[in-house]
Design a protein around this ligand. Structure first.
Ligand SMILES: [Zn+2]
Length: 540
């Protein structure tokens, strides 16, 4: 199959089926959506994948606890919660994978077979500590180290029969079972070499350093099968064992692009889509994506993804003390996506979380800040520019945009502000510096609002001899609005489409953003519509 455009394959984590989607899952998903929309506008053939992680003992337990006949029925009941929120938030995913789908089972089983054939997995008996809630094994050393840390902090010693989990501090169990192991230890040096030769593989830099020091601390072989429950994907060569949920989950990125399916078409799809350009993940799952996943791919002889972008957690700014606090039900400071959508609307929701919240670190949010950003950037700047400009165009030019004047290339502050804007914006977008990208657009929008004050079109309109000047001023404003609507579209797709509609332009997002940002694109002469305010001001 021929592809006219290069592939851009972007993924979110697949979300754990036992928890409803929340502000954090929405944060990852919108972040990936903005990049997907930008890359489509940037002439790529985008595949944007999200989905659900549905296996493991805890899922089977939740199904039973909630009175479902089967774990599958429980998972099916959760699916609409995710699909509905993504639809509400205008998420443009091209695929939605569930780890209980046949295509995924086939992908995981093929992957395990390849690992076996290439000699990277072996069966051994496992004797060690197990955290049932986390479905994770820990070595004696890890457990002892954690006990020492607790003692150093002056905490009580744990029951020696049940030391505490180094990850979640819940009691561990001693278990002995047969397990399949992945030779993770063999990849310590290959991983370090890879990080060295691919300095952009893990972003931002702080996360990269965290991974480097973890790997330098030594890697142990990883137990990748479970035989104490059966809600999982069977090992094709040892059906008593099911795949460890994390190994199962990571392989979704491959099974979604045809890995494991028969035939030439699937092989072509894998070749076209893999490796992925970027996995967007939260900081809590960095080791799985930056250590285990690349090691598994090396073992299977497959190329590694180009980049893992790691975002921090959302925290809540306590508006009395100013402190950033962890969001939690017990503190009573948890915020649901629906509440924010109700206040801001979908496009402003996306704008706030993407453009005002820093993505590389933990980022505090607050209701006060949401209102402030909404009123300043959207109501007073972008919305105001659109409404004033369209109003004047309608009033002074008989309901139409002025035709592009012959002297449209004449130097004006707006033409100057738009010079090189695509390059500056695109560099920020590629780096997930969405606030940097939005600042570029806002600078042009603010320049246009100042330009209105400076040029005073209402005064020009009173003097018939200055009609050409007036036409140039209004055309300049509408041209800036056209360009800004293209640049804002990944963040606020509905508002951008509406702005283009009011300008009688195609509502489809561009697939050539560089060209769309060239000065002079607006032919004019078509009807314009002032319409209702795009962002009605929020009053306290
Ligand atoms: Zn635990």
């Amino acid at each position: 199959m021929e592809h006219s455009k290069p592939s851009y394959y972007i993924t979110t984590p697949i979300y754990y089926v036992n928890a409803k989607p929340h502000l954090g899952t929405a944060y990852s998903t919108v972040m990936a959506d903005v990049q997907a929309r930008f890359q489509r506008a940037n002439a790529h053939d985008v595949k944007f994948l999200t989905g659900m992680d549905e296996h493991g003992e805890k899922v089977a337990e939740a199904a039973e606890k909630n009175g479902f006949d089967s774990p599958q029925a429980w998972c099916d009941s959760m699916e609409p919660k995710f699909r509905d929120l993504w639809e509400t938030l205008n998420i443009s995913n091209d695929d939605f994978i569930r780890t209980t789908q046949d295509r995924h089972t086939a992908g995981v089983q093929k992957f395990l077979q390849v690992l076996l054939d290439r000699g990277y997995i072996y069966k051994d008996s496992y004797d060690g500590w197990y955290c049932r809630p986390d479905e994770t094994y820990f070595t004696e050393t890890q457990v002892r180290h954690h006990e020492e840390e607790r003692r150093a902090k002056g905490m009580d010693a744990a029951d020696p029969e049940h030391p505490l989990c180094p990850d979640c501090d819940r009691p561990l169990e001693r278990i002995q079972e047969e397990s399949w192991f992945f030779k993770l230890s063999a990849f310590e040096q290959p991983l370090l070499d890879f990080y060295e030769s691919h300095p952009d593989f893990i972003q931002p830099e702080t996360r990269r350093n965290e991974v480097l020091s973890f790997v330098k601390g030594g890697l142990k072989d990883l137990s990748i099968s479970r035989s104490t429950f059966d809600w999982g994907i069977q090992f094709p060569f040892d059906p008593k064992h099911v795949a460890y949920v994390w190994v199962d989950a990571l392989i979704n990125y491959l099974s979604a692009v045809g890995y494991g399916a028969e035939g030439q078409e699937a092989a072509d799809e894998v070749a076209f889509r893999w490796p992925a350009q970027v996995h967007v993940v939260g900081k809590d799952i960095i080791r799985f994506h930056c250590v285990i996943w690349p090691a598994l791919l090396m073992a299977a002889g497959l190329p590694l993804p180009e980049r893992v972008f790691v975002h921090g957690f959302l925290t809540v700014r306590n508006e009395e003390t100013g402190a950033a606090e962890k969001m939690s039900k017990s503190r009573g400071n948890a915020i649901a996506p629906e509440e924010v959508i109700e206040l801001l609307g979908v496009d402003a929701y996306r704008y706030y979380f993407m453009c005002d919240v820093a993505h590389g670190t933990d980022a505090p949010i607050s209701w006060g800040r949401m209102r402030q950003v909404y009123n300043a950037d959207l109501a007073n700047s972008w919305g105001n520019l659109v409404s004033r400009s369209l109003n004047m165009a309608g009033k002074y030019f008989d309901g139409c945009a002025p035709v592009r004047p012959a002297n449209f290339e004449q130097a004006t502050p707006l033409k100057e502000a738009c010079e090189g804007i695509y390059e500056r914006y695109a560099a920020c977008m590629e780096a997930f510096d969405y606030s940097g990208a939005a600042q570029e657009v806002l600078a042009v929008v603010s320049a246009a609002n100042h330009y209105i004050e400076d040029m005073a079109p209402w005064a020009l309109a009173k003097d018939p001899e200055r009609a050409d000047e007036l036409a140039l001023v209004i055309w300049n404003l509408l041209e800036v609005i056209r360009i800004a609507s293209e640049l804002y579209a990944p963040f606020m797709p509905s508002v951008s489409a509406e702005v283009r509609r009011r300008l009688s332009l195609s509502q489809e997002a561009t697939n050539n953003l560089a060209e769309a940002c060239q000065w002079g694109g607006l032919a004019g002469g078509e009807p314009v519509e002032k319409g209702d305010p795009l962002f009605p001001r929020l009053v306290d």
